[in-house]
Design a protein around this ligand. Structure first.
Ligand code: GLN
Length: 266
């Protein structure tokens, strides 16, 4: 290779606690990101960050953290606060994108009070908190759909904790069917800068290619040192939108057209 050969773009993804937080196919979200990058000639490099590993706030273009049972959340919560919190926060404040699912989402809020009433510390990145009201209270389980930026997001949720957003928090979307954050106020997930928290599990990115591409566009811009999301080559995505619309139909909701590239570039 000489100096004039363009190098293929690389996105560096930090995967937080892949061994503990990986329920309901959350790892499938990373497979989706990897494949959608590969189809466009972008390399997605995944760096697992386990208990005890320090976080270099400048070393990654994207963070991902999946869901987990209360037990696994307990194993990582203290490490998250004592070892990783400051630098994860610094990276997100500087605009690095992040996707957090369910148990991981809960740990990025102020705290998670588990089914036994024990409070796991969160890192307070999102102005929200989560309360599990005890094993006798029904869990929030099932398919879910929400409105998101003029389009819809679909997925599967399974959580005992109910998350409540503080005044500084912006929900990711509005629940059209299912439970969302707490089954009460119709909010689902949260957004802070380029960080997204959600209860939607591993079918999230395969069935929501517009969200997958939003995340890739933000991460690619970060890799290039740009602030506006990068323009991405559109992919066919017929299968992905079919799967998306099957979920909407199953929930008794009208199917939606795929968002236009202009809407996605916002
Ligand atoms: N243990 C948490 C709860 O039940 C998170 C569950 C999950 O990640 N699926 O609320």
């Amino acid at each position: 290779m000489n100096d004039t050969t363009p190098t293929a773009p690389v996105i560096r993804l930090a995967h937080l606690y892949p061994d503990q937080l990986n329920v309901y196919g959350d790892r499938g979200n990373i497979i989706t990101l990897t494949q959608r990058c590969q189809w466009r000639g972008i390399t997605l490099r995944v760096f697992p960050l386990d208990v005890g590993d320090a976080v270099d706030p400048d070393a990654y273009d994207l963070f991902f953290i999946g869901g987990g049972q209360d037990k696994e959340q307990g194993e990582v919560a203290r490490d998250m606060r004592d070892v990783k919190a400051a630098n994860v926060r610094a990276a997100i404040d500087a605009g690095t994108p992040l996707l957090a699912v369910c148990g991981g989402y809960q740990l990025l809020c102020h705290y998670y009070r588990d089914a036994e009433g024990e409070e796991l510390p969160g890192i307070g990145l999102f102005d929200a908190w989560t309360i599990h009201k005890g094993k006798q209270v029904a869990r929030c389980i099932g398919n879910v759909a929400l409105s998101w930026e003029g389009a819809t997001l679909v997925g599967f949720e399974n959580h005992g904790g109910r998350t409540y957003l503080g005044e500084r928090a912006t929900p990711l979307g509005r629940v059209l069917a299912g439970h969302g954050n707490n089954s009460e106020d119709k909010t689902e997930g949260v957004i802070y800068k380029n960080a997204y928290g959600t209860y939607l599990h591993g079918s999230l990115l395969p069935k929501n290619p517009h969200l997958a591409d939003r995340i890739i566009a933000l991460a690619l811009a970060h890799a290039r040192g740009e602030s506006a999301p990068a323009a991405l080559t559109p992919l066919p995505d017929d299968l992905e939108w079919q799967a998306h619309n099957v979920m909407l139909r199953r929930l008794g909701l009208p199917t939606t057209d795929r968002p236009t590239p202009a809407a996605l570039a916002r």
